[in-house]
Design a protein around this ligand. Sequence first.
Ligand SMILES: Nc1ncnc2c1ncn2[C@@H]1O[C@H](COP(=O)(O)OP(=O)(O)O)[C@@H](O)[C@H]1O
Ligand SMILES: [Mg+2]
Length: 589
Amino acid sequence: MSDWRRVKKLVTENWQGTRLRYAVVVLILVLGSALAVLDPILYGKMVDVIVDALRDQHPETIVNGVAVLLALWIGVFVINVTLNIVGRYIFWKANNILGLNFACSAVRDMLSWSRQRFSRLSTGRTVKVFDQAWEALFWVPGDIVEQVIPTVLTFTAVVIAGLILDWRLTIASLIMLPIAIWLGYYGWKKARPKQEQLDHRWAALSRHVGESIGNISVVQDYAQEDRRARTFASLMRQVVVRQLRMNVFWALFHGTGSTLTLLGRAAVFIVGVYLVANGSTTLGTLITFLGMLNYLLSPIQHVIGNSLPRMSMGVSHLRLYTDLADEINDLKERDDAVPLKKIVGDVELKGVHFTYGDQSRATLLGIDLTIPAGTSCALVGPSGAGKSTLVKLINRTIDPTRGCVHVDGKDHCLYTLTSLRRHIGVVTQDTYLFHDTILNNVKFVKPNATEREVVHACKMAQAHDYIRRLPNGYRSIVGERGVKLSGGERQRIALARIFLADPPILVLDESTSALDSETEHRIQQTLKEVMKGRTSILIAHRLSTVYLADQIAVMERGKIVDIGTHDELIKKGGLYDRLWSLQSDGYIS
Ligand SMILES: Nc1ncnc2c1ncn2[C@@H]1O[C@H](COP(=O)(O)OP(=O)(O)O)[C@@H](O)[C@H]1O
Ligand SMILES: [Mg+2]
């Protein structure tokens, strides 16, 4: 898609509430242009009144003649200033609405991107690109409405007025125009790729900073601050060098534009003096033309010197954003998807294959697994076997490359994503917390929960005692990503969340891996209660937590190699039996 088509699409998608305002702004600018042309005409007339009066030797007529024109002139000026103020207000209002509409819809869209898609992006870069696009959407349509359209209109008005007054002087005024148009076109073509490169550097820089901060513990623990800072400095230098080149380019460009303006003025002056000297035009007309030239040339100069560089930058920013936003979402809700209302809890995987986008080898190879409603199924196997990938298929974090997943006997793609996920609670090894209180972090999954419900859930998750001991109890702030809590404490908050959410289907992916054996043991008792009558899928390295499951699926290299109850698998004597013998000394009483 061409750059302008992209800009047009972004603007038209977000212009509700701005169109009328922009139209009023253009109308005001048209009026302004017409009045602006009156200005030099009026003082040109004043000069002619004076010159005529002196020539006819009736100096007493000067005062009356000039007074009327002066009053008109001031009137025009006052109206113009008022229009300008009102126009600017409406213009900024429309610009802000456009930015607001864009930001809201962009964030909403971003929140629906698949996690696969996010895994290809960096937060620092994404935030920067979004930020720049938002700003660009402020400038690009703004410059078009406020600079380009008025310039074209003023230009038209001035040319018409000029042709009425004196066609020869009009041609002299326009002599530099083709060169100016070519210059604008040349600058635009030349600057776009340079600007795009610069934007990519900026994005890389933001990514670097974002990653340094996000991974601050590993940076500091391995004493890599110096190296990170040096890499940053070198990235920054690249940005600065390119930015400077860009600035020099536009400065030269601006200079050339000013020179053209000067040459245009000179042409009018030379032709004008010649025409006045041989008596074929009046001095007033020449002065009018010189005045109109201001209205003609300074907007063109402004468009070339200011709007063009800004729009070039803005269009480049918008391109970077649309590249990001228009990427195919690998996880799409069907158009005819229906909400999943009441759920029984049958889960079935049928011939499921899955390959991560950037991998050549399949991670899951023909998985068939039936988990009847209300039963539990454990997945065991070496790390990298594909256990976490398998459970990600159930709540549609990813979609199978081949095969399908059924929930309550129907392909779960038929349900809307949010309604499906509302019925499936997932706790993983990693706990994601917001920079907020513990209370709000637990309540996140059920915003209307009462404090009593939260406390009850935390008690179940063995989190209540440590939370109570914190200086502010449930109102303690956990820090960004929960940095103020230990791994085990964070994990118990994740468990409290799922107990509060109380979903019909439970997925526990190493959800107790960060806990000490004693706490884990206590939580096992709770989990046993919670899992009763609920479809549960659990993954755990400690077999003591899985051996009571209704069925245990043993996974190896993307396949289920064995399935059965604990006793059956022990009797068979395969991988499960070996793992069990290794672990039973330590954990099983
Ligand atoms: N987001 C991802 N992108 C690409 N490959 C991945 C991703 N997540 C996991 N993998 C790959 O898939 C394989 C299985 O991973 P996983 O399902 O997490 O195993 P398990 O949970 O059994 O330890 C691993 O070899 C890993 O390299
Ligand atoms: Mg895993």
